[in-house]
Design a binder for this molecule. Structure first.
Ligand SMILES: [Zn+2]
Length: 320
């Protein structure tokens, strides 16, 4: 029998006539998600995506014509005015070095985030075993997790790597609040608190475009969202993965319309130009990407579409 809209409707009506479920179910609902851990092999390198949580961003945070937003949200099957977003980090195991890219929110966002330490534990990794932490940019969802939920040093044996311009502006410079963006004050305070114990212990090292954190693990500076916003390219053999951090904050809005910036962008025109350049590059080169704010695990390809681009996620691969 083929399933038509009509037969599906009749089946649903038939279903309603079945006896109601007993009040006490056989097993209570779990009421929580399992830890977000997803592994992908890049040549001989193992990359583990760790999930810190997920939430939603008001669509009014995005620039461009507001009248165009409802149709983009409908097309992504998320109607309404809150665009889903996610917080992913990456643990790179080269075989002799463990490099963590970003640390999650820690206590900075209430119950929606701060789950990265549990994901790391579920992945079987002791934070003390991590050699290097690369911070893609000094925003709380990326660097607050330098401190544990109890506000202690989370990675006692790691060197912390951050772009030199990023560090100079957020940590060393005067607290500047760009016009109309008062929330930047909070970002300064959070970033400085997260870095302080590592700065005091002289464990912070600044980098520039092209710096190699481990063999095949390289900084690719992509400014605009912040002045030193950095992607991390992982290369091994003929395989590559570009962990592009905050090139996209909303899959629903910014793949089809990359010209929409987000209110947190320090330099919106530059952020838009960078996004367009990176999307064109990864679509043309068929490069595998991973995004902080793309639904977990947020690993996939970018395809050119009739309007802008489309994200094509990888499917679960049970065999590494
Ligand atoms: Zn972010």
């Amino acid at each position: 029998m083929s399933l038509t809209r009509r037969s599906f409707g009749l089946a649903a009506v038939g279903g309603a006539l079945l006896p109601a479920l007993p009040a006490a179910a056989k097993a209570p609902p779990a009421g929580a998600q399992t830890a977000g851990v997803y592994r992908v092999k890049v040549g001989t390198v193992e990359v583990t995506v760790l999930n810190d949580g997920s939430g939603a961003l008001p669509t009014k945070f995005f620039s461009g014509d507001p009248a165009g937003i409802p149709k983009l949200m409908e097309a992504a099957f998320v109607p309404g005015d809150m665009a889903p977003t996610t917080f992913n980090e990456w643990l790179i195991n080269t075989g002799d070095k463990l490099v963590l890219v970003d640390t999650g929110y820690s206590t900075g966002a209430g119950p929606m985030a701060g789950k990265m330490p549990k994901a790391l534990a579920a992945a079987g990794v002791d934070p003390a075993a991590i050699d290097a932490v690369v911070i893609t940019h000094i925003h709380p969802d990326h660097c607050n997790g330098l401190l544990t939920l109890e506000k202690q040093v989370a990675f006692p044996n790691a060197t912390i790597h951050v772009n030199a311009d990023e560090f100079a502006w957020w940590i060393e410079g005067d607290v500047k609040t760009p016009d109309g963006k008062p929330f930047f004050k909070d970002l300064f305070a959070a970033g400085r608190a997260a870095f302080k114990p590592y700065v005091d212990a002289k464990k912070v090292q600044t980098f520039k475009d092209g710096t190699e954190f481990a063999p095949g693990v390289t900084a690719v500076v992509a400014p605009g969202h912040t002045m030193g916003h950095t992607m991390v390219r992982i290369s091994s053999g003929k395989d590559q993965l570009l962990a592009w951090a905050d090139i996209v904050h909303s899959t629903a809005l910014q793949f089809p319309e990359p010209e929409r910036s987000i209110a947190f962008d320090l330099d919106p025109p530059q952020a838009i130009a960078t996004r367009k350049k990176v999307m064109d590059m990864v679509a043309t080169d068929k490069l595998l990407i991973a995004g902080t704010h793309i639904g977990f695990p947020g690993v996939g390809h970018v395809a050119k579409a009739s309007s802008g681009y489309a994200f094509v996620p990888v499917s679960w691969n049970a065999n590494l």
